[in-house]
Design a protein around this ligand. Structure first.
Ligand SMILES: Cc1cc2nc3c(=O)[nH]c(=O)nc-3n(C[C@H](O)[C@H](O)[C@H](O)COP(=O)(O)OP(=O)(O)OC[C@H]3O[C@@H](n4cnc5c(N)ncnc54)[C@H](O)[C@@H]3O)c2cc1C
Length: 501
């Protein structure tokens, strides 16, 4: 079995490599950098990402949760006026909170997981170029890798996944356009120690001010991330703020009495909102920042990227292991591109609302915001969106027949605390949620290569629900024959699953 070449060992590449390796797929993971990032960059692991990490062994999400800090509410204020408070506790997940964990820590824990699975991060190895190869019997990719001493190595892989970040060499080599905009404002980021934060350390705060927005995320007790927009400096690389400048923004936009000291990281950046139009190009895929970048409002960039990897890995593993045909891989792009669009739109909306300049629009925002955040359904929708548990694939080409009273095809199946999550273990398998009738036992015998032998309890009497290895519903029926038809279609991959080619 030829390996899959994963380019880039950031959080997305390491997630990709770990998922493939645990499913028994040989992987080569290369990164041009000499070491992991020591920067805190992405600070939040959201509920859906923790759920997906649970499928991966090595203690699941437990080591991440042990190392992180839980934030379970977001306050919104304008001056002294409280606009609203969103509780994340209502998010429909076993993890109803934002887990604050610096990206450097997330990457450390992911690297532990990758190493436990026998994959080494091949550092100071850069992808220089690649071409797709096709023989009569098999397709593949021939990559040229540049080592630190300048040596060039030619490496043959079955597939290539570009997880090489916002300036992706894979994306450039594919000629994929990265359409979108650069926002006309500068942003400052300050990870600092601070006294006088007037909210509990388990709550984040957004302060809307006529000059712009100030956001305070607790990182751990006494340590905070401050984010604020600033007038444009004109350059692509705005200068990092000083502690004095940071304090001035806090004093002007925040409540009185907050005092920052001992900065850990001060940075400035500009916001890009960009996405590729295609995620798959033959034998090459794009995932993470290589495929989409957006405003950090909502803290969803890294999570969305890791979820790209969770989505692609089981499909690639099934194809590499020969249990499904290649058309299965065509669902990766449409599913994750739609999720990417949603995240880009939500982040742009949050950014626009926080940075309104017109005083009349600001007053309307404050009034409407106060009213809306008082409504329970709005609170619920906000919590489910932020935690990414509302992401699903309603228009997926993989969606099969549906049944009333069970999760619709493409919908996330809420993991139960007392159940092994779908997709856990050493092979990419679909899970049945059904009564263990003789007909269901026959189905397991007939399609054992695709089905987990562990049958989960039914979500409603008489219903058979088929769940994908990433925890989303595939199809549902009251007769095993329908489920068998769906899975056989997937094996043959004669066209859109469940429908004739
Ligand atoms: C200042 C800042 C603050 C941020 N804050 C947040 C936040 O609060 N929340 C959030 O969700 N996100 C945030 N992000 C974004 C987040 O850091 C990214 O979404 C995340 O790192 C994407 O992961 P990735 O694995 O796709 O790419 P990266 O982390 O960029 O990793 C790509 C890897 O590929 C390697 N590489 C590149 N080219 C090659 C090549 N040719 N060959 C081999 N290796 C290569 C690089 O060395 C790197 O290790 C922030 C980013 C920055 C810069």
């Amino acid at each position: 079995m030829k390996p899959v070449l994963v380019v880039g060992a950031g959080p997305v590449g390491m997630t990709m490599a770990a998922e493939l390796a645990r499913y028994g797929v040989p992987v080569r993971l290369v990164d041009r950098a000499a070491r992991r990032t020591d920067k805190s960059k992405a600070l939040v692991l959201w509920s859906r990402t923790l759920e997906l990490l649970d499928r991966g062994g090595s203690g699941g999400s437990a080591p991440f949760i042990a190392a992180g800090f839980k934030v379970d509410a977001v306050n919104i204020a304008a001056g002294e006026r409280r606009i609203g408070r969103v509780s994340l506790a209502s998010a429909r997940s076993p993890y109803p909170y934002a887990l604050m964990l610096p990206q450097s820590e997330t990457e450390r824990l992911l690297e532990n997981r990758v190493q436990e699975l026998g994959v080494r991060v091949d550092r100071e190895v850069e992808l220089a170029s690649f071409t797709e190869t096709e023989t009569e019997t098999e397709g593949g990719v021939e990559a040229v890798l540049r080592h630190a001493d300048g040596r060039l190595e030619t490496f043959s892989a079955a597939w290539l996944v570009g997880c090489d970040g916002a300036h992706s060499a894979v994306r450039h080599a594919l000629g994929a356009t990265f359409d979108g905009v650069t926002l006309d404002s500068d942003w400052m980021l300050a990870d600092v120690h601070m006294r006088g934060y007037p909210c509990p350390d388990t709550e984040a705060s957004v302060y809307w001010h006529r000059d712009g927005v100030l956001v305070v995320f607790p990182i751990s007790p006494g340590r905070y991330r401050i984010i604020a927009d600033l007038p444009p400096s004109g350059g692509q690389h705005p200068p990092a703020p000083t502690l004095v400048q940071t304090q001035a923004v806090i004093d002007r936009r925040g409540p009185q009495g907050m005092s920052a000291f001992d900065p850990i990281w001060l940075a400035a950046f500009r916001i890009n909102s960009r996405k590729v139009s295609r995620y798959r190009w033959g034998r090459a895929f794009l995932a993470g920042d290589a495929a989409h970048i957006h405003s950090p409002a909502g803290g969803q960039g890294m999570n969305t990227g890791m979820q790209d990897a969770f989505n692609l890995a089981w499909k690639l593993a099934m194809v590499v292991r020969g249990v499904c045909g290649e058309p299965l891989l065509d669902s990766y792009g449409p599913e994750r591109s739609a999720a990417g669009d949603q995240v880009l739109k939500a982040a742009a909306r949050l950014t626009a609302v926080g940075t309104l300049r017109n005083p009349v629009a600001q007053s309307v925002r404050n009034l409407v915001g106060h009213m809306m955040l008082g409504l329970a359904p709005v609170q619920q929708a906000f919590a489910d969106t932020m935690t990414e548990v509302s992401i699903g694939y309603p228009a997926s080409p993989l969606n099969g027949p549906s049944l009333r009273g069970v999760p619709a095809p493409g919908e996330r199946v809420v993991p139960a605390a007392d159940q092994i999550p779908a997709g856990a273990g050493g092979a990419p398998l679909f899970a049945l949620f059904a009564e263990r009738t003789p007909a269901v036992a026959d189905l397991l015998r007939q399609l054992g290569g695709l089905l987990d032998r562990e049958v989960r309890r039914p979500v409603r009497e008489g219903a058979i629900l088929l769940v994908r290895p990433d925890g989303y519903a595939a199809c549902a029926a009251d007769r095993p024959a329908v489920i068998a038809g769906y899975l056989e279609g997937l094996q043959r991959s004669v066209g859109p699953v469940g429908r004739p080619a």
